[in-house]
Ligand binder design. Structure first.
Ligand code: ADP
Ligand code: MG
Length: 341
């Protein structure tokens, strides 16, 4: 239903987007992730029709809408800085896109949306009587109200506390699925992206560098950049030997790419108290340990002392600081990533 092709964009002659392409099918939920400043909001604003001066095209439901102003695109929006109408109550803000429907239908729709975002009692408040997080939730309810075919959400939960965010991350995708709303969800938080969408698009410095199903990217991130975004920030250098590879944490009998790269430390590597280190296991020592609730975070340093990674595990199973440990990697699950700094 949405096809975006060859988008390049500059602000004051500074290029910020390079050859961006994406498609969204009816009802599909796509998350765009990438570090702050990589161009996510700009790409979303171009789809919404809020930027001019870009090259490339935006097609929506079979029509080239590249030159069409935002208010004629019929695409739902909720942006980071999206202001509410200050002179309208919370309920009237949410009802804004429902103009023309029977009053009782509007009231029921507004009530169920305020229930969804956890603000059933604030219908009659004015926006200036709300906290930032409450305003954000009203903006979300307003963007959902007319049940758009396509909804663009730009970091919609940025100012919510964790328990509220978790509840909405649980309920919002169910709501979107029930109403068949295709969604592009922008965030810098990969775990949030995974809860909303099955498909991820990864941006880096104005470029789309990966696109695929969440599981495919997690199982084969290909670059340290993508691995880090998905919660696997650690990798180690290796050299190839006749029997496999050698690393500062030990040797492994596996075939590795000959192109320079690194061995990714999976987030679920597992740890055992050291005894004799069996073949195919790595070894190191716990050199720091603290509770990063709910997990105990251990820093594992190679016995030669020149490489480290962090590992989270249940507190009651964690080996004590200072002990040597065996790292029973699952050989068939190890992945390699390209050198990308
Ligand atoms: P993200 O949403 O991924 O954090 P943005 O799309 O907001 O990134 O910004 C991409 C780049 O464009 C950044 O370098 C940012 O500083 C710049 N930028 C964003 N908006 C403007 C603007 N209105 N004028 C000039 N530069 C901008
Ligand atoms: Mg942004």
């Amino acid at each position: 239903m949405l096809t975006v092709t060859n988008i390049h964009h500059s602000y004051n002659q500074t290029p910020v987007l390079f050859d961006c392409n994406l498609t969204v099918a009816a009802g599909q939920r796509l998350a765009i992730i990438g570090p702050s400043g990589c161009g996510k909001s700009t790409l979303l604003r171009i789809i919404a029709g809020l930027e001019s001066d870009h090259t490339g095209a935006v097609w929506y439901e079979g029509v080239d809408i590249t030159k069409r102003p935002a208010h004629q695109r019929r695409i739902g929006l909720m942006f980071q800085d999206h202001a509410l109408f200050p002179h309208l109550s919370v309920a009237d803000n949410v009802a804004y896109g429902l103009y023309g429907q029977p009053k009782s239908a509007i009231a029921a729709r507004v009530a169920s949306l305020l229930q969804l975002v956890g603000l059933p009692d604030l219908a009659h408040r004015s926006p200036d009587q709300l906290s930032g997080g409450e305003r954000q939730r009203v903006a979300l309810a307003r963007s959902l109200a007319p049940s758009p075919r396509l909804l663009l959400l730009d970091e919609p939960f940025a100012s919510l506390d964790r328990s509220l965010r978790d509840r909405l991350l649980d309920e919002l995708p169910q709501w979107l699925a029930r109403e068949g709303v295709a969604t592009i969800y922008v965030t810098h938080d990969a775990s949030e992206a995974c809860q909303i969408a099955r498909d991820l698009l990864v941006m880096r410095a104005g470029r789309i560098v990966r696109h695929g199903a969440v599981a495919a990217l997690y199982n084969d991130p290909q670059s340290q950049f993508v691995a880090s975004l998905l919660g696997m920030p650690h990798s180690i250098a290796y050299t190839i030997t006749p029997h496999g590879i050698t690393t500062v944490f030990g040797d492994l009998p596996i075939t590795a790419p000959t192109t320079p790269g690194r061995l990714l430390i999976p987030a679920d590597v597992g740890l055992m108290h050291a005894g004799k280190v069996p073949t195919g296991h790595l070894s190191g020592a716990v050199t720091s340990s603290f509770l990063r609730a709910p997990w105990q975070r251990l820093r594992i340093t190679s016995l030669a002392g020149d490489a480290q990674f962090d590992y989270d595990m249940p507190q009651h199973l964690a080996p004590a600081n200072g002990t040597n440990v065996t790292i029973p990697v699952r050989l068939e699950r190890l992945t390699f990533v390209a050198n990308d700094g």
